[in-house]
Design a protein around this ligand. Sequence first.
Ligand code: HEM
Length: 461
Amino acid sequence: MTTPIPSPPTVPFLGYAASIDKEVPLNSFNLLAKQYGEIYELNMFGRKLIIISSQNLVNEVSDEKRFRKMISPWVWEVRSAIGDALFTADVPKETNWYIAHRILMPAFSTLNVHNMFDDMVDIVSQMVLKWERFGAERKVDPAVDFSALTLDAISLCAMSYRLNSFYMEGMHPFVQAMSDYLAESGRRANRLGIVTTLMRGTAAQYEENQRIMMSYVDAILEDRKANPIEKKDILSMMLEGKDKETGEGLSEDGIKRNAGLLTFLIAGHETTSGMLSFAIYYLLKNPEAMRKLREEVDTMIGQRPMTVQDVHKLPYLIAVLRETLRLAPTAPLRSITPLEDTIVGGKYAVAKDTTITCEIFMAHRDPKVWGEDADEFRPERMLDGKFEAMPNNAWQPFGYGMRGCIGRPFAWQEAQITLVLVMQRFDITLDDPSYELQIKQTLTIKPLHFYIHASPRKGAL
Ligand code: HEM
């Protein structure tokens, strides 16, 4: 006997699509999870979408013998720019993924990422200098400055190419184009195709944004061809690497969009900049956590320059990042599908190829795992072996299995350097002390209307 999956009432034709928050769909999913529980089903334009939001169910579907990654309608839209990229490929059908995965996985090993330490410090130092020069009066939008930081870092570390975002007025054109492109991709996924076709101005802007993004990727590749370098960076691995199993390399188009450059610029910077922005928000709202973090940095590193060895000596900083990604997993949704008709949760029938979206944002607040204070920011719950002892897949901000995040060591090291330098050099305050978190959602999430001031710390270098 199976049990029907709970489902909110829908209207003909549109299903539930018209009721989803257009700007922040996550808000609607959170409300529905509170109302309908750990599993519910939505009819979206006649398509069935199942959403799960408990650790128990996320753990059950994190099983590659029964489930595979499903390309959600939103990610499907993103393919118009990056095609069957590492992040967007429909595996096992699209076999390019295996080749790119095998060539690129070693590039993001912890050891290789350690070799990028100096380049990362270089970029973070540019942001620090900017904050120092502008002083405490400047109202900083952390999402903007951290996006500049993470974009420049992935570009320099992976492609030895300087985008110089900190030497520009306002947002880097790539970031603006990408952010608008991802937001419109999301809207397209929740809109009837005929309506999108009629929105000619929006469609033209969508294409223009793709053109802007591609122009940077073209420039990076052309620059490398014109000025070859000795250093073995990720771009050279893409250009020269051969897959050990097939002997095949990556095509130029594959390098530009599918496998590498555009994918890393997109996947590699918004997620990390969001994590850093949320970390600063939670630290400001929890002064005791801020005090402990600064104490750790002062004790372990003080005012000397950070070295790559320091990344293993900062347990409280790691706990802050883990707790930040628990409450604000910057990639808050991921989709999978069963390989065969199956039963989920012991009683819900799910047919092969049905989309199941894991709402990691809510699963990370599952009170059965995290207790009644699950909504509170408490890095202590990630310390002293508690992180290692938590139930399987209770913390899953980087996805799962072979389709899990390739850039995790990169993001982790970059975030550690940034927070250490910020703690060493600045006293951070909220622009508006009464600010409460609001979220902006594209493919990823970040804080909205969140502003801070960074005053150079007395006694800092
Ligand atoms: C995949 C999160 C940083 C590159 C993923 C997935 C998640 C994720 C959840 C799996 C998506 C799915 O199952 O559909 C994050 C978070 C980050 C981060 C939270 C930072 C805090 C990075 C960085 C890079 C990167 C820095 C590159 C330098 C990728 C790629 C994939 C991926 C290429 C696709 C892997 C594949 O399917 O083969 N990431 N990511 N990510 N991430 Fe990240």
